[in-house]
Design a binder for this molecule. Structure first.
Ligand code: FES
Ligand code: FES
Length: 168
C-alpha cells in the first residue's frame, strides 16, 4: 500500500516518517518507534491500555490514525518523566500499590496525569470518572484511586520527578 509522510512530535522529539494511511497511532509508536510502553489490548477503544496524550489530552491510540497526529505532540509513558526518573504520579502508583500486573498502568498513569493538570485536587468521584475508560482486571480500582489522590497531594506540595534508583 502507498505510504504518506507524517511528522509527529513524540516525547519532545520531532519524528518524520512514512506510514500507510491506515496505520494506527499505537502501531506507529510501538512498531516504528519502539515505544512499547503503550500497550495493546482490545483495539476497539474499550480498554484504555493504549492510552497516550495527544497535545496533553488522554486519548486511546488505537482509535487515532497516525496521520491524524500530523503536526501534533504525543506523550507516551516513556516521555512522562526524564529517563531514569519517576514522575510523581508513577511514584504514587508505586507507593500505593496502584498496579499489579501493570498492563493497564501506562494508560492509567497518563490518564491520571492529564486529569491532575486539569484538576489538581480531584475528589474520588472525579478520579473514578476520569479513569472509567481505563479497565483494570487486577486492582479493583481502589488502590488506583488512592494513588491518584496521593499524587495530587504530592504535586500540590511541589513534587518533581525523582531518580528511580532511589527506590530499587
Ligand atoms: S487497545 Fe486501545 S482501547 Fe483497548
Ligand atoms: S494492574 Fe493488571 S490490568 Fe491493571
Amino acid at each position: 500500500m502507498a505510504t504518506v509522510p507524517v511528522t509527529v512530535t513524540v516525547n519532545g522529539t520531532e519524528r518524520t516518517t512514512e506510514v500507510e494511511p491506515r496505520t494506527l497511532l499505537v502501531y506507529f509508536l510501538r512498531d516504528q518507534l519502539g515505544l512499547t510502553g503503550t500497550h495493546i489490548g482490545c483495539q476497539t477503544g474499550q480498554c484504555g491500555a493504549c492510552t497516550v496524550q495527544l497535545d496533553g489530552e488522554a486519548v486511546k491510540s488505537c482509535m487515532v490514525l497516525t496521520v491524524q497526529a500530523e503536526g501534533h505532540a504525543v506523550t507516551t509513558i516513556e516521555g512522562l518523566a526524564p529517563a531514569g526518573t519517576l514522575h510523581p504520579v508513577q511514584a504514587a502508583f508505586w507507593e500505593e500499590h496502584g498496579l499489579q500486573c501493570g498492563y493497564c498502568t501506562p494508560g492509567m498513569v497518563l490518564t491520571a496525569e492529564a486529569l491532575l493538570r486539569d484538576d489538581p485536587d480531584p475528589d474520588d468521584h472525579t478520579i473514578r470518572h476520569a479513569i472509567e475508560g481505563n479497565l483494570c482486571r487486577c486492582t479493583g480500582y481502589q488502590s488506583v484511586v488512592q494513588s491518584v489522590r496521593v499524587a495530587a497531594t504530592r504535586m500540590a506540595e511541589g513534587a518533581q520527578p525523582e531518580p528511580l534508583l532511589r527506590r530499587s
